[in-house]
Ligand binder design. Sequence first.
Ligand code: SF4
Ligand code: SF4
Length: 356
Amino acid sequence: MKSKVYLIRLANLEKVQVVSDKLKRLLEESRVLDFIQPNTKVAVKMHFGEEGNTGFVKPEYLRIICARIFAQKARAFISDTNTLYRGRRTNSIDHLALAYEHGFVRQATGAEIIVPDDTKKENVITVPINQKFIKAAKVARIFVEADALVGVSHFKGHMMTGFGGALKNIGMGCAAREGKLRQHSEVLPIVYPEKCTGCAECEKACPVKAITIQNNKSVIAGTKCIGCATCIAVCPYSAIDVPWGSGAATIQEKMIEYAWAVLKNKKGKTGFLNFAIKITKECDCLAKDDLRVAPDIGILASIDPVSIDQASFDLVNQICGKDIFQELHPQRDGTLQLKYAHKLGLGNLDYELIEL
Ligand code: SF4
Ligand code: SF4
């Protein structure tokens, strides 16, 4: 069976006004948000971008998406969860302040911006799922209790999952901190001493002080490490990685089980938009402006989170003439997340691409 994935193409480095106009057309013609019912509460799942990062989907585009939800006579709010790693998005106060700095204010988007405080038990819900790795998922309550969910994702590479789009935005992005930790918990990195210069960048970045420099080499204390992967991202010499075949594969399956938990009660009540523009090597959690690794493609829309990610992945690789994500992250096979999501019934790998 094939799902419909709509695509509106963009030229490289298109102006905000042009992207906005095309996004409006995409929403009107694809009708992917038409499932939204009047008087319902719609969660728009976003990533507000780490400090210094510019890859996140701009507030101007969120305004258009929210306007479409309001036109269905529903209520919308824009939300994201706090991160496991240390940064400006680790707690709700700083996270919200950064979202405001990035332009996500009600005046700009038209919707309330909410970052639930996951240190408060009432903001976390346990969803029994009884899957292979996760038996009970710890999810931010706000997403589970919303009547409908719209996932707005920046499609790009990712240090742990090869690439990230709709599935990652939901699976990892809607998990409470405890849930994120559970997904990362077996992903303990290793140091390649021959590459390590002892520069201590990893030691400075580690959020739980699991790294020390001994004899000019980085040493990770497995008992302290929470598997957040920050050290992998910050090491300038690629001297830290996850041993292939263990954690790097498992994390994708756990992430998909979490996506399953979030979407469990939302059959027919979800829509997804992938922005395949400013495609970068790493995700928007990186606290710096990451470089483009592929030309801009456009915006995709679908009600199927698997198909939209599969189509985004295919389109990026087509335009690059090779599997760019495999090249950027040779130890990660990002397609594992797609295959497992399909296996769990989250969507189809086959899709019909409809260009508008
Ligand atoms: S950042 Fe990389 S090179 Fe520097 S100490 Fe850590 S592992 Fe070694
Ligand atoms: S050692 Fe690396 S993966 Fe572990 S907690 Fe520190 S930064 Fe995160």
